[in-house]
Design a protein around this ligand. Structure first.
Ligand code: SD4
Length: 299
């Protein structure tokens, strides 16, 4: 039975899903779909939290994190990568061309160049202006996290062959410390796929997702028989139980199981996700635990 489905995080998932769906609807692989889908967001300068056009760290460097995982349990990732637009494509090369799972920093860049990727300036004029304004107004602020300075794209898909894959890519939290890496390139945190049971991805404050291996937890819960929706909700509850400041940040999870059932849940109001199936193409307001949105702080 044909039951392809693709989910991705946030509004920029709409265009990303369109690309992924073009691949899925002609019986392409979920791996190609999740790679090429999120590349749309990475390449779009209007998307200020992923790839080219992403907000820089507090020193003005745009550094990106990404990973990808296929239906055979293969995975690859890059972190703290500079000057390369499509980090997810480098992650796929790490998966396919090396014996490793994660390359970081200069090593990741060197590898990308050897693979034929070209360097480019990732800091757009818009991002530079916002960084300069933040520097002028808040140079000493501790890092804050709100709806406006993070929005990773995580994408999970089931193809018509019944195979699950996922990808996750981000420029991370705006104004992060130089060298900071979040959950997005970490298998088990920002993304996890087990082709027998399901796939999950995360968005939001990476530090909170890493502490509880969020995506792995959700897939494990599906393995134990929970529905994707139950699994996402339990994972958000786990964040509340385990962490002291749940009101200060956002986390959202997406999940798909082997049957093509899906779920989504976020800590706070405001998270949206995009879904495409043969019957639906929609941007959905996600169910959430807390009514209050994260207040925008200037920056
Ligand atoms: C991170 N999870 O680097 C990412 C941030 C993000 O939507 O953009 N989430 O922590």
């Amino acid at each position: 039975m044909k039951k392809a489905i693709v989910l991705s995080t946030w509004k920029h998932g709409v265009n990303a899903n369109k690309k992924a769906w073009e691949i899925l609807k002609v019986n392409g692989s979920s791996l190609d779909a999740v790679e090429q889908g999120v590349m749309v967001a990475e390449s779009d300068p209007e998307v200020t939290s992923v790839g080219y056009g992403g907000m820089p760290d507090r020193e003005g460097n745009v550094t990106t994190d990404a990973c990808i995982m296929d239906h055979e349990g293969n995975c690859g990732g890059v972190a703290f990568l500079k000057n390369i637009k499509n980090a997810v494509a480098v992650a796929r090369k790490v998966m396919e061309e090396t014996p490793h799972h994660l390359l970081v920093g200069d090593g990741a860049l060197q590898f990308a160049l050897k693979q034929g990727f070209t360097e480019q300036n990732m800091l757009t004029e818009n991002a530079k202006k916002r960084w300069e304004s933040w520097m002028d107004n808040h140079p000493q602020d501790a890092m804050f996290i709100d709806q406006h300075n993070h929005d990773t794209i995580g994408m999970i898909a089931l193809d018509n062959h019944g195979n699950l894959s996922g990808s996750c890519t981000t420029s991370g939290l705006a104004w992060k410390y130089y060298g900071r890496v979040g959950d997005s390139p970490i298998i088990g945190a920002g993304l996890f796929v087990d082709n027998k049971y399901g796939a999950a991805c995360a968005t939001g404050k990476g530090e909170s997702v890493m502490k509880m291996s969020g995506s792995f937890l959700i897939v494990e819960l599906m393995r134990q028989g929970k529905s994707p929706q139950e699994a996402c909700e339990i994972a958000v509850h786990r964040i509340i139980e385990g962490q002291r400041d749940p009101h200060e940040f956002q986390v959202g999870f997406l999940a798909i199981n082997k049957k093509g059932e899906y779920g989504a849940y976020s800590l706070r109001k405001g998270f949206q996700y995009s879904i495409n199936t043969a019957e639906r193409e929609e941007l959905v307001d996600c169910d959430f635990m807390f009514e209050t949105k994260v207040e925008k702080k200037s920056g």
